[in-house]
Write a protein that binds this ligand. Structure first.
Ligand code: C2O
Ligand code: CU
Length: 513
């Protein structure tokens, strides 16, 4: 791709995104005239039969008092050479895999997971989204001492409620080195009527210089690059060089050079498969550290059934925007035979990225079917969505006793630090609330980047229609309100899930009870 081509695409994208931010539209709207396969696409080489990320088999299944099943798992962290197709580098892995094994249990199970740490650094595991007891939440110094190299720690909690979750360390930038995995809690009853189900873990990789946080020579302040009006990564890197050259400055996002689903780049990934008439369930989990995706399955719509594990009234979209930490379960009706590209506009890349393929069993596999993106793109605007009936319980019994906190998000503009209410973690005041206190957060984003804000230990309601989540995108210069009942005692982290923002200060604590 020529420099001018790349620059033009970036300008189109950046300009479109800025214009559409006010309307709240997806980034892909900027490219709605795209009718062919995405730019930069090439013929897809041989499709391998390689499978998805393996499901971790319990090492022991028994029962505990109370009659629930006990399922024990072992997770081992290590430094592992990985080649995604861009050359070998040292990833940090769970059980040696580029994406950790999927842990799949049934609602009500008792889960016991032994973490053994073979990394050179201390680590922990955080079970993102699962409202575990505080001592099991995996936050070093707050809920447990970090697990030292060579040592182990046993996590144990009840698998509840059913939904799509994921796990990752809560130490520095470790998750950007590859330490992520899916955690699925299947419902006890009504699993849904699907012919095939896929878990799709999205991840961004900086494979140069030894992985994300080690890629110090490739650091780029994208906020500044954005201000420069599309100079692209190279220029942005030069502009961000001041921060990059100061050894004490916080890390800013690296340049990502590979995007994977379940640890496989599109060129080698096994396709999703379907027969005509199948109903597919796809669980999208964004385990990336610095990438928001606008995901498109060519030739198909996606019907959202769950947001961060919580059921919603079915809501059909053409493009799914998913930020770091978020999960969306979607249903796809296989009613359009062919070989279809799964692709995304990724905000950490200057162009579309190919993520994989949906291949019908009976379709001729020689070439991709061309996409036609509709004029008026439907996307997952949470304000248009409604929670499932069982989620529409009031966030508080009385709106009068709700306590309201502003959470003003700032940073960027050339500064390597990110803050909430002007405070930079760990120099932050705890948000102290009584147990069972109804709480409202008003997120005001004063920066040029969107921030996916995540609260541990709780689900919050976004807006007032029963849409429940644990991670919500606060758009650039946007205002988003969430409400929750502080019903899980303990100190809970609350932070941006861009791991570079969190580690550069955009983090505080909600102290319940
Ligand atoms: Cu995905 Cu603090 O967590
Ligand atoms: Cu952020």
């Amino acid at each position: 791709m020529t420099q001018s081509h790349s620059r033009r695409d970036f300008l189109r994208y950046a300009g479109g995104a800025a214009a559409l931010a006010a309307l709240g539209g997806p980034l892909l709207s900027a490219c709605r005239s795209t009718t062919a396969a995405p730019a930069g696409s090439t013929a897809v080489p041989a499709i391998t039969a390689a499978g998805a990320t393996p499901t971790l088999q319990p090492s022991l299944t028994g029962s505990v008092t109370g009659g629930s099943a006990l399922k024990e798992f072992d997770l081992t962290t290590a430094v592992t050479p990985i080649d995604l197709g861009t050359g070998e580098f040292q990833a940090w892995t769970y059980n040696g895999l580029p994406v950790g094994p999927e842990i799949r249990v049934t609602e009500g199970d008792r889960v016991r997971i032994t973490l053994t740490n073979n990394l050179p650094d201390p680590t922990t595991v955080h079970w993102h989204g699962i409202p575990v007891p505080n001592a099991m939440d995996g936050v070093p110094k707050m809920t447990q001492p970090a697990v030292q190299p060579g040592e182990s720690f046993v996590y144990e909690f009840n698998a509840f409620p059913a939904g799509s979750y994921w796990y990752h360390p809560h130490v520095a930038h470790q998750l950007d080195r590859g330490l992520i995995g899916a955690f699925i809690i299947e419902p006890k009853s009504n699993p849904g009527d699907y012919d095939r189900e896929y878990t799709l873990v999205l991840e961004d990789w900086a494979t140069v210089d030894g992985g994300g946080p080690a890629a110090v020579n490739r650091m780029v302040n994208r906020d500044m690059a954005g201000m420069m009006g599309g100079m692209g990564g190279m220029m942005g890197g030069m502009m961000g060089g001041g921060a990059a050259n100061d050894p004490n400055a916080p890390l800013v996002e690296p340049v990502y050079d590979a995007y994977t689903i379940n640890g496989q780049v599109a060129e080698i990934a096994a396709p999703l498969t379907a027969k005509q008439g199948d109903k597919l369930k796809l669980r999208f989990i964004n385990g990336s550290s610095g990438t928001i995706y606008d995901v498109r399955l060519a030739g198909h719509t996606l019907t959202i059934t769950h947001t961060d594990g919580r059921p919603v009234e079915p809501f059909t979209v053409d493009v799914l925007r998913i930020a770091m930490g978020e999960r969306y379960d979607v249903e796809v009706t296989a009613d359009n035979p062919g070989r279809w590209r799964l692709y995304a506009l990724a905000d950490s890349a200057d162009d579309y990225v190919n993520l994989g393929l949906l291949q019908y069993d009976d379709a001729l596999a020689s070439r991709d079917s061309g996409d036609s993106v509709p004029q008026n793109i439907r996307w997952n605007d949470l304000t248009q969505m409604t929670g499932a009936p069982e989620e529409r319980y009031p966030a508080s019994n009385s709106t009068d006793d709700r306590v309201v906190f502003d959470q003003t998000l700032s940073g960027g503009h050339g500064s390597p630090l990110w803050s909430i209410n002007g405070q930079i973690w760990p120099d932050t005041d705890a948000i102290v609330v009584a147990q069972d206190q109804p709480v409202q957060f008003n997120y005001r984003n004063q920066s040029m980047m969107p921030h996916p804000m995540h609260l541990h230990g709780h689900f919050f309601e976004v807006g007032q229609n029963g849409v429940r989540k644990d991670t919500v995108i606060v758009p650039s210069h946007g205002l988003v309100s969430v409400r929750f009942v502080a019903n899980n005692p303990g100190g809970w982290m609350h932070h941006c899930h861009n791991i570079y923002h969190a580690e550069a200060g955009m983090m505080n604590v909600v102290q319940v009870g």
